[in-house]
Write a protein of this length. Structure first.
Length: 293
């Protein structure tokens, strides 16, 4: 099972009875599932259903969800008139004309334009009908964006595993050189101590024990074993696929911690160069998995 990228685009279209709904999805990486829904007023009530459907389909990522529609249905609106209000306006006009001796010029167009006389009445929408057509378009968009995210996920997984193979090779080189680094450090410390003490009588066994204790601080055996363990764990998690980005990110953080410890203990230029290369490859992996769901 492959991993999925968090970047993608998908579009879905549904048409019924003169109503066409278009849903577009755009996604980028995000620590959690973050939904930004933009719908016309007609579909505001569908937001909860959209969120539920998205949560069932995705674990992480920022999604911009755009809902648009075209309505070619006929006879969806009508105009009603408040005739009692019209009568009131007409009677008021007659009274004003009579009492103030002005000509009554109130026309039909003027009456219709008077406040609250005419009202546009829209037929009540069937929310189940609208909800179903929105979800139909949304599911198409989800299917399309999922294909894109899966396709990109395969490429990302292959790239990450190639980098992890490089990291494994570097760790192997460090492991091979580590014993020599400890022995070299032991020899240098012993030589310097003897130079400083010169003719002073000392307990040779105790001196060697102290030097060995100090030299052990540059030993990276534990760090190497933990790095190898993290490599195995990483391979196990990514092979299962699915929404594993957070787990992989945590493992890479731990790998970087062990690499930093190796670097702080290192006193050999060859090993130091290998540690730098190791940290560089780990950073490349870290950047790549930021976009894994």
């Amino acid at each position: 099972m492959a991993v999925n990228s968090m970047t993608g685009y998908g579009k879905g279209i549904a048409e019924r009875d003169g109503l066409k709904v278009v849903v577009e999805l755009k996604s980028v990486n995000h620590r959690f599932l973050d939904l930004m829904i933009k719908t016309p007023k007609l579909f505001n009530f569908s937001e909860d259903a959209i969120r539920k459907c998205m949560k069932e389909s995705f674990a992480r990522g920022h999604f911009d969800i755009f809902v648009n529609y075209e309505d070619t249905r006929q006879d969806r609106t009508s105009v009603s008139f408040d005739y009692s209000l019209v009568n009131a306006y007409v009677e008021a006009a007659k009274k004003i004309s009579s009492e103030y001796f002005v000509q009554d010029t109130l026309s039909t167009a003027q009456i219709i334009a008077l406040p609250d006389v005419a009202k546009v009445v829209c037929e009540d929408e069937d929310q189940d009908f609208l909800n179903n057509i929105v979800l139909e378009a949304l599911k198409q968009a989800i299917e399309n964006i999922s294909k894109m995210r899966a396709s990109e996920g395969v490429l990302m997984q292959n790239d990450v595993m190639n980098k992890m193979a490089t990291i494994k090779d570097i760790v192997k080189v460090i492991e091979e050189k580590a014993p020599g680094m400890v022995e070299e450090h032991f020899a240098k410390v012993k030589e310097r101590v003897q130079e400083m003490l010169k003719d002073v009588a000392i307990d040779e066994a105790k001196l060697l024990n102290e030097i060995a204790f100090y030299t052990d601080k540059v030993c990276v055996d534990e760090e190497i074993q933990r790095l190898k363990s993290h490599l195995d764990h990483f391979a196990e998690i990514i092979s299962k696929g699915g929404a594993c980005g957070k787990q992989l990110d945590f493992i890479v953080q731990e790998m970087n911690r062990e690499a930093n410890t190796c670097g702080s203990k290192c006193n050999n230029i060859e090993v130091s160069n290998q540690v730098i290369a190791l940290k560089n490859e780990i950073e490349k992996v870290r950047e790549q998995i930021q976009n894994i769901e």
